[in-house]
Design a protein around this ligand. Structure first.
Ligand SMILES: CC(C)(COP(=O)(O)OP(=O)(O)OC[C@H]1O[C@@H](n2cnc3c(N)ncnc32)[C@H](O)[C@@H]1OP(=O)(O)O)[C@@H](O)C(=O)NCCC(=O)NCCS
Length: 171
């Protein structure tokens, strides 16, 4: 099972991906707006990948590895994860820093939204961004006009922007 976009291939994680994922998740800048912060050891990354794999087994989708179609290089992760308190699934994307600002997160987001509504039968997908995370907010805006702000939401002590990306691609 995988998703393809013009430049990317998205596929479920396997334990062997840990080293490639640790290479970008150890970057504090990359994890600046993410409450858990950077991975300190590859053990942290392995635990996370195990969790992604368990989520995949339970729901049929998860955060997946993002690879460049041209070279096969693993450059990040993207996908849908159940919110801690449910019932919604959150769209997320994270790319190694050298791949920012090339439209890759938007390309991942579009592919996931289409799959969420047409393949996985979801009615709603939510996305969050830290209010100062301009790039992430911009990606949400590019993903659709349905994005709206609900600034009062608190998550791990952060005030967040909540975008309800409901059935954007089919409307
Ligand atoms: C957020 C993130 C996923 C964006 O990925 P990306 O592939 O660079 O996103 P895209 O190229 O599709 O779009 C980025 C947009 O933000 C804009 N942007 C980037 N930095 C910006 C800034 N400081 N201020 C305003 N806009 C900014 C870009 O110009 C682009 O918009 P444009 O296409 O209109 O020019 C990437 O920065 C990342 O991985 N960050 C670390 C992990 C993270 O925070 N993930 C989001 C939370 S789940």
């Amino acid at each position: 099972m995988f998703l393809e976009t013009p430049r990317l291939r998205l596929r479920p994680f396997v334990p062997e991906d840990a080293e490639a994922v640790f290479r970008y998740r150890r970057d504090p800048d990359l994890m600046r707006y993410i409450p858990v912060g950077a991975d300190k050891t590859i053990g942290d990354t392995r635990k996370l990948i195990d969790w992604y794999i368990a989520h995949q087994e339970k729901y049929g989708f998860s955060k997946w590895a993002v690879e460049l179609r041209q070279t096969g290089e693993l450059i990040g992760d993207s996908g849908l994860l159940l919110l801690e308190d449910g019932p919604d699934f959150e769209l997320g994307y994270r790319l190694a820093r050298e791949y920012w600002d090339r439209g890759f997160a938007t390309e991942c987001g579009r592919a996931w939204l289409e799959a969420a509504f047409s393949t996985f039968g979801l009615q709603r997908v939510v996305a969050f961004a830290h209010p100062e995370h301009a790039a992430s907010i911009r990606v949400m805006a590019k993903l659709g006009k349905g994005v709206r702000e609900a600034g009062a939401l608190l998550w791990h002590g952060y005030r967040l922007v909540l975008g309800g990306l409901a059935k954007l691609l089919s409307s």
